[in-house]
Design a protein around this ligand. Structure first.
Ligand code: ARG
Length: 485
C-alpha cells in the first residue's frame, strides 16, 4: 500500500487550516490492517443506505445509486477487479472515496445519519460473526476426527496418568474423547461470542444517535443481527464481544496446546505411544537422525500468542471513558490475530491427528511397571468386607511384594498375594489384569468400552448441535435483496 502522505482524501478537514504531521498521520492510520473489513463495511453500508431510503431520509434515486455503487464495489472486490489499496486513513475513507469516484456526488450522501464510530463497530461485528462460523466449522472437523479415531480404539488400553505417573488403565478412546469434550465447550464459547457480536450498533452515530428519522431495527434485520442497541453510547463503546471472542480463542488454543503436548510426549522415544508421519514432522539441520514434532510444538507455542491478544484487549478497555476513543482502533490487529491463529491451529491439529500412528504395543507395554491395577486390588478387598483404608494398606504391602519379586501384581502367585491380603481370592486376582480392570471401570462416564460406546454417541449428539447451528445460519437479508434485484 502506498503511504505517500498529504494527498490522502480525508473524511474531515474543513475545520483544519494546517496539515497533520506526516509521522503522526502514519502512526494513527489503520488502513494497513482494517482493509480486511472492506467487504463487511460495504454490506453494512448497503444496509444503511437501504434503511435510509425506506425511511425517506434519502430519496429513492440517490438511495438506489448508492446501493448500486456499493454493490458494484462488492462484486469487483470479489472478482479481483478492485483492490482495497491507496493512500487512505482507514477502510471507511477508502469506501467513501471509491464510491464517490464511481457514482459522483451521490456517494457523499452515504454518511448521512452515521459516524465512523457506529460504522466500524458494525463492520467488525459482521467480520467476526463470519469468522467465528468458520472457526466452528474447522473445530467440528477436528472433533469429528477424534471421535472417529476413538471408535477404533475402544479396547486399546494404556495407563491413565496423574502427576505424570502411571495411575489406572484407560482406553485410548477415552483419552481422546476427553479432548472432544473440551472442543464441545469451545464450540459453545465461540457461539456465545458470535451471539455477543449479534447486537447491531448501526444508528448510534458518533455517540448520541441522530436527528434523522432512522430505523435501527430495520438495519439490524437487513444485516442478520439478533438485536439492536438500547443505548447509543454503549453501542459505540462496547467491545465486550471482542474480549469474548479472544477469550474463546484463547481457551481453545490452551486446549489445543494441551493436546499438542501429549503429541510431543507420545512421539518421544521414551514414551513411543505414537509415531509421526513425515507429513507432520520436521528434521534437524545438524542431527541427521532427528524427526521433530515441530507442528505440535508450534501449536503449543501459539497459545501464548493468543492469550497475549486477549490481554491486549482487556488492557485497552480498562479505564477507557465513554464513548469512542481511538484506543479502540487498536483492537483490530489483536482480534484478527487471535481468530486467525485459532482457526489455523485447528487446521494443523486435524492434519497432525491424521499423521499420528498410534502404537498399541507400546501402550500395552506401558501397563507394566506401574502397578496400574493396585486400586482394583483394594476395591476387591473392600468388596470382601475390608474398610477402604485397611485395603489401601494391604494393597501397599502387595505392591512392595511384587516390587521385590520384580513382577506385576497379576504375576504374583495367589498364595503370595494372600500372604499379605488374606481376603484375596481367585476372583480378586483375575481382576488385576489391566484389560479386566478397564472393562470393570464401568461407572457412568468411565473408560469401560461399554461406557465409551455411550460416550461416543453422546459426543456425536453434542457435536451435531453445533453442526445444526451452522446449518441454520441464514444469509443476510440484505445480500438476498442484492441477489434478487
Ligand atoms: N479507524 C477507526 C477505528 O478503527 C474508525 C473509527 C474512527 N472514528 C473516529 N472518530 N476517529 O476505530
Amino acid at each position: 500500500m502506498s503511504e505517500a502522505e498529504g494527498s490522502a482524501p480525508k473524511l474531515w478537514g474543513g475545520r483544519f487550516s494546517g496539515s497533520v504531521d506526516a509521522e503522526v498521520d502514519r502512526f494513527t492510520r489503520s488502513f494497513s490492517f482494517d482493509h480486511v473489513l472492506a467487504p463487511y463495511d460495504l454490506v453494512a453500508s448497503i444496509g444503511h443506505a437501504v434503511m435510509l431510503t425506506e425511511q425517506g431520509v434519502l430519496d429513492r434515486a440517490t438511495g438506489d445509486e448508492i446501493v448500486e455503487g456499493l454493490a458494484s464495489m462488492l462484486d469487483d472486490l470479489e472478482s479481483g477487479a478492485l483492490m482495497v489499496s491507496g493512500d487512505f486513513e482507514d477502510v471507511h475513507a477508502w469506501i467513501e472515496s471509491t464510491l464517490s469516484e464511481r457514482i459522483g456526488d451521490a456517494g457523499k450522501k452515504l454518511h448521512t445519519a452515521r459516524s465512523r464510530n457506529d460504522q466500524v463497530a458494525v463492520a467488525q461485528r459482521l467480520w467476526l460473526r463470519d469468522q467465528l462460523e468458520g472457526s466452528v466449522r474447522e473445530l467440528l472437523t477436528f472433533a469429528d476426527l477424534l471421535v472417529e479415531v476413538a471408535t477404533s480404539e475402544r479396547e486399546t488400553a494404556l495407563p491413565g496418568y496423574t502427576h505424570l505417573q502411571r495411575g489406572q488403565p484407560v482406553s485410548l478412546a477415552h483419552h481422546l474423547l476427553a479432548y472432544v469434550w473440551m472442543l464441545d465447550q469451545d464450540a459453545s464459547r465461540l457461539r456465545r461470542a458470535h451471539s455477543a457480536a449479534g447486537t447491531c450498533p448501526l444508528g448510534a452515530g458518533a455517540l448520541a444517535g441522530t436527528t434523522f428519522d432512522i430505523d435501527p431495527a430495520r438495519s439490524a434485520e437487513l444485516l442478520g443481527f439478533e438485536r439492536v442497541f438500547n443505548n447509543s453510547m454503549f453501542a459505540v463503546a462496547d467491545r465486550d464481544y471482542v474480549v469474548e471472542a479472544s477469550f474463546a480463542c484463547s481457551l481453545l488454543q490452551v486446549h489445543l496446546s494441551r493436546w499438542a503436548e501429549e503429541v510431543v510426549l507420545w512421539s518421544s522415544t521414551e514414551v513411543g505411544f505414537a509415531q509421526l508421519d513425515d507429513s507432520v514432522a520436521k528434521g534437524s539441520s545438524i542431527m541427521p537422525q532427528k524427526k521433530n514434532p515441530e507442528p505440535a510444538e508450534v501449536l503449543r507455542g501459539k497459545a501464548g500468542r493468543v492469550i497475549g491478544d486477549l490481554v491486549a484487549h482487556l488492557v485497552q478497555l480498562k479505564g477507557l471513558p465513554l464513548t469512542y476513543n481511538s484506543d479502540l482502533q487498536e483492537d483490530k490487529e489483536a482480534l484478527f490475530d487471535a481468530v486467525a491463529t485459532a482457526r489455523g491451529s485447528l487446521c494443523v491439529a486435524t492434519a497432525l491427528q491424521r499423521g499420528l500412528r498410534f502404537s498399541r504395543e507400546r501402550m500395552a507395554a506401558a501397563l507394566y511397571g506401574g502397578f496400574v491395577t493396585a486400586t482394583d486390588l483394594a476395591d476387591g478387598l473392600v468388596r470382601r468386607g475390608l474398610s477402604f483404608r485397611d485395603a489401601h494398606e494391604q494393597t501397599g504391602a502387595a505392591v512392595r511384594l511384587a516390587e521385590s519379586q520384580k513382577c506385576e501384581l497379576w504375576e504374583l502367585s495367589l498364595a503370595d498375594l494372600a500372604s499379605v491380603c488374606p481376603l484375596a481370592d481367585q476372583e480378586i486376582f483375575a481382576a488385576l489384569d489391566p484389560q479386566q480392570s478397564l472393562a470393570a471401570h464401568n461407572s457412568p462416564g468411565g473408560p469401560a468400552p461399554a461406557r465409551v460406546d455411550q460416550q461416543i454417541a453422546q459426543a456425536r449428539a453434542a457435536l451435531e448441535v453445533h453442526r445444526l447451528w451452522l446449518q441454520r445460519r441464514q444469509p443476510m437479508p440484505v445480500l438476498e435483496r442484492l441477489a434478487n434485484r
